[in-house]
Write a protein that binds this ligand. Structure first.
Ligand SMILES: [Zn+2]
Length: 194
């Protein structure tokens, strides 16, 4: 059903919808036959032109894969994440997405910088205070990365810690290997499609 950047569930052969988190080349599918959506902030970047995306402006968008099914996707700006998390956020590595379908609510974050995992926790708490519970958390799994504000295993450890936090809340954790699986308490490991 869903592809998140270049990752999909092993059981998804042909995704209906691809949601792209930001314009870094390793996050953009090479070929897509499905609908692709991206936040307007990234829409003019050369890397994304070939996927001909639907441009999201922050309002919820509804897709209908079949008569009885519906997927609602919503892009979150850094400011909106900050408002919900109760802190001042001016910039995030990637656009965060809330995806609702099949009685699930997925928080999808396609890429992280070191330090952003604490924002994820505050955001999940803030959403809970407003009555929304995340049921799945789809985040990159790193196994040592330089850049991303991180050296060595720092970011990988932060992500592993975030998966423990999510699991304690009963949230299903989905690993998006970036590019290989790293430490964490993962329920699902999605595969790279390109
Ligand atoms: Zn990136």
């Amino acid at each position: 059903m869903l592809q998140l950047d270049v990752w999909r569930s092993p059981s998804t052969i042909t995704p209906f919808l691809t949601i792209i988190s930001h314009s870094h080349a390793d996050h953009i599918p090479k070929n897509t036959a499905d609908i692709v959506v991206i936040h307007k902030y990234w829409a003019d970047r050369p890397n994304v032109k070939h996927v001909k995306p639907v441009i999201a402006d922050g309002k919820p968008i509804i897709f209908k894969p079949s008569r009885n099914a519906k997927i609602i996707v919503k892009a979150l700006t850094p400011r909106e994440v900050g408002r919900i998390a109760g802190r001042q956020i001016n910039r995030l590595h990637s656009t965060w997405w809330l995806i609702s379908y099949d009685n699930q609510t997925i928080l999808f974050i396609g890429d992280l910088d070191a330090g952003e995992t604490t924002i994820v926790k505050d955001f999940i708490e803030g959403l809970e205070r407003s009555g929304t519970r995340i049921t799945k958390l789809a985040i990159p799994s790193y196994n040592g990365v330089n850049g991303h504000n991180s050296e060595g295993m720092q970011l990988a450890k932060e992500v592993a810690d975030l998966t423990m936090y999510a699991k304690a809340k009963g949230i299903t954790t989905i690993a998006l290997p970036h590019p290989v699986l790293g430490p964490g308490s993962w329920d699902e490991v999605w595969i790279r499609s390109s």
